[in-house]
Write a protein that binds this ligand. Structure first.
Ligand code: ZN
Length: 257
């Protein structure tokens, strides 16, 4: 399975999954139709699936146009998103499986950013492969999504589920927010040398105009404050000794950053 990263809107990423053997493609969170259609055209592939993580317009904006072009395409989303995702046909619950070509994906229910948000995890199947996580606006490189419909406790639980995946898992999140996230991270975790190193690397990547996505879970665990709410240094910065309260305060601080 090949993963192709496309840019959309100001800072969104759309991911196209491509299987060469069957010549089929799937798309994760199509914000806009044009980049997806151009990519599918370049591949001369058939679009067989749209995987939506949640109902926000910058994740489902192209659903109807893509269905029109590829009437056989299957549209997946969370069961709780019923009525909010255009063209949705498959209503997924935690633990459900989705198939794309020869890869099997697992559905992880991750409410917090929205009440219905899901993530898709494709575990490695052969040696040399790593797990691929498509987590929408839940876990970001260096940060996490805003809480629009969920509570801090829900988001902590959701991030905790993602943090149990193997450290080598690649994180395909839906926005390029990494530089700003790390600037914020340094204000609450400034002694963290891994974080300092990562910030310098990410600065260079962005200066070259390149993408910082995918990230890797093991790096997130060492540098992302929204996975480090149990660390004494981060708790000191939020003046709390409680994990969920620390998380909530971090999120509040980041909202104003
Ligand atoms: Zn969103």
């Amino acid at each position: 399975m090949q993963i192709i990263r496309l840019h959309a809107l100001s800072d969104n990423y759309i991911f196209v999954l491509y299987d060469k053997t069957q010549n089929v493609a799937a798309v994760i969170d199509p914000a806009q139709a044009d980049p997806v259609l151009q990519q599918i055209d370049r591949l001369s592939a058939k679009l067989v699936a749209i995987f939506n993580t949640h109902h926000h317009y910058d994740h489902i904006g192209a659903n109807l146009q893509l269905i029109e072009k590829f009437p056989g395409v299957k549209v997946y989303g969370g069961a709780e998103d019923r009525g909010r995702i255009p063209g949705q046909q498959v209503f997924l619950q935690s633990g459900d499986r989705v198939q794309f070509a020869d890869r099997m994906g697992e559905v992880i229910f991750v409410p917090g950013h929205t009440r219905a948000h899901i993530a898709y995890y494709f575990p490695p199947e052969k040696t040399g492969e790593v797990g691929e996580l498509f987590c929408g606006d839940t876990l970001f490189a260096g940060g996490c999504g805003r809480l629009f419909e969920g509570t801090p406790q829900q988001m902590v639980d959701s991030l905790q589920k993602l943090a149990t995946l193997p450290d080598s898992t690649r994180i395909w999140c839906a926005h390029e927010y990494t530089l700003k996230n790390l600037q914020f991270a340094l204000t609450v975790d400034r002694e963290n040398t891994e974080l300092q190193k990562r910030y310098i690397e990410v600065q260079a990547v962005r200066q070259r105009g390149e993408a910082t996505i995918p990230s890797v879970l093991g790096i997130e665990k060492c540098t992302n404050p929204f996975l480090r709410y149990s660390q004494p240094t981060v708790q000191l910065a939020t003046k709390s000794q409680d994990a969920v309260q620390t998380f909530a305060r971090l999120r509040g601080m980041r909202d104003k950053f």
